[in-house]
Design a protein around this ligand. Structure first.
Ligand SMILES: CC(C)(COP(=O)(O)OP(=O)(O)OC[C@H]1O[C@@H](n2cnc3c(N)ncnc32)[C@H](O)[C@@H]1OP(=O)(O)O)[C@@H](O)C(=O)NCCC(=O)NCCS
Length: 169
């Protein structure tokens, strides 16, 4: 770990997730999203069975501590990426693990020419901070999006890198 508390990104091994990880993922969801219908192991298995989804995770101290799931949707010439979930074990937050996974997700989306969409609770400052650090912008508000809490969500968009470059020129 570096002096600022961040995990050295080069030392992190990000691996694809599988059915084997589903019980641990369900446990993490209970910790991270208890008021908002956390996914159970069966929900994760259903996600993994879809051909268009990709789930990544980071293991430290012999257990899965961080995960992210995305879907690539639409025709090949107009692919869109949706972030379905991202979470880090509370004991491992603030060490750059979400940043490492987002680097990978954004690189994959850029390689495929895909913009990335997501929803985030309007009161979730850490997640909004993370997404803004990766160039996401708020493009909409969805009232009562999360259940059962009834919390509102921002829709956020990160244009793909070629569109970002066009905007800058
Ligand atoms: C959001 C979450 C995934 C961030 O994970 P993390 O590993 O702690 O984040 P990182 O250490 O990689 O931080 C990366 C960046 O995110 C932002 N960030 C992280 N925590 C933050 C906080 N508490 N406040 C504001 N910004 C924050 C910062 O921009 C940070 O970069 P910096 O360290 O250079 O300042 C984590 O807090 C989490 O699991 N929350 C509960 C689940 C959740 O809300 N998921 C998102 C659903 S939309």
């Amino acid at each position: 770990m570096s002096a600022d508390g961040h995990q050295g990104e080069a030392a992190l091994r990000i691996r694809p997730l599988s059915d084997f990880d589903a019980p641990r993922l369900a446990h993490l969801e209970q910790q991270l999203f208890s008021g908002d219908n956390p996914w159970c192991a069966e929900d994760f298995r259903a996600e993994f069975s879809q051909p268009h989804t990709l789930y990544l995770g980071i293991e430290l101290d012999q257990q899965l501590v961080a995960y992210a799931g995305v879907a690539f949707l639409g025709p090949a010439h107009q692919l869109e990426c949706e972030i379905h979930t991202i979470g880090v074990d509370p004991a491992y937050q603030g060490r750059g693990l979400a940043r490492a996974m987002m680097n990978q997700v954004c690189a994959l989306a850029d390689q495929r020419g895909a913009a990335i969409f997501l929803e985030v609770r309007t009161d979730n400052e850490p997640a909004i901070g993370l997404y803004e650090a990766f160039g996401f912008q708020r493009i909409g508000l969805r009232r009562n999006y999360y259940q059962p809490s009834g919390a509102d969500a921002f829709t956020m968009l990160r244009p793909c890198s070629s569109d970002l470059a066009k905007g800058a020129s």
